[in-house]
Ligand binder design. Structure first.
Ligand SMILES: CC(C)(COP(=O)(O)OP(=O)(O)OC[C@H]1O[C@@H](n2cnc3c(N)ncnc32)[C@H](O)[C@@H]1OP(=O)(O)O)[C@@H](O)C(=O)NCCC(=O)NCCS
Length: 170
């Protein structure tokens, strides 16, 4: 896929089961994201479509966010994976997808966003810092998943918890 021109139309919508395989491929194309199973992405499309988004350009899936409201934290939207294809980066797509999800009825009751980031993922950190600024609220960082929790030989960086809020979606 060649660079997507800034003026090209990228449409946002909730995913359907028909998007599962393309989302799986997008995640494979977006290191350093963990590649979960194709089954996991189908489940997200099936059970969590209301809190997930895909970005489509000329019939191709070029962006995806998975998220959900944790059952025991109804005031929080947990953002799991954010992917923008490399040809669609630097145009605010990550930000647009986050805002799209915050506009959905399924998250209208939340006043915090939680997500996890590895210490070395600068693009992800920059994207969430920008979101906190736009929402005119705080961003706090704390420990969550240590590298050892991923198990021996996993070679997985630690994942810090970023908590953004409180905010009022109006
Ligand atoms: C992280 C990612 C989704 C950002 O997508 P994007 O559409 O390019 O991000 P945006 O254009 O919305 O940028 C949002 C902010 O982050 C900043 N940013 C984005 N990429 C950056 C980079 N590589 N280095 C520094 N800052 C960066 C932007 O400058 C912008 O900040 P600003 O508004 O203050 O200028 C994309 O780089 C990606 O898919 N990376 C691989 C997968 C990944 O690491 N996902 C995040 C972990 S869940």
């Amino acid at each position: 896929m060649s660079q997507i021109a800034a003026e090209a139309t990228i449409e946002l919508r909730h995913p359907t089961l028909a998007d599962g395989a393309a989302i799986f491929q997008l995640i494979k194309d977006c290191p350093p994201l963990d590649v979960n199973s194709a089954y996991a992405y189908l489940l997200l499309c099936h059970h969590f479509a209301d809190t997930c988004v895909v970005a489509e350009s000329n019939g191709r899936i070029v962006g995806f966010i998975s998220g959900y409201v944790p059952p025991q934290q109804p005031d929080t939207f947990f953002v799991w994976q954010v992917a923008a294809h490399r040809d669609a980066r630097g145009q605010g797509l990550g930000q647009r997808m986050l805002r799209f999800l915050l506009d959905q009825p399924a998250v209208s009751g939340v006043c915090y966003i939680d997500t996890t980031v590895s210490p070395s993922n600068e693009p992800s950190r920059a994207m969430f810092a920008r979101l906190a600024k736009t929402l005119e609220t705080h961003l706090e960082e704390s420990e969550l998943f240590s590298a050892t929790m991923f198990g021996p030989g996993a070679e997985h960086e630690e994942e810090k918890l970023l908590r953004i809020g409180p905010f009022n979606l109006g």
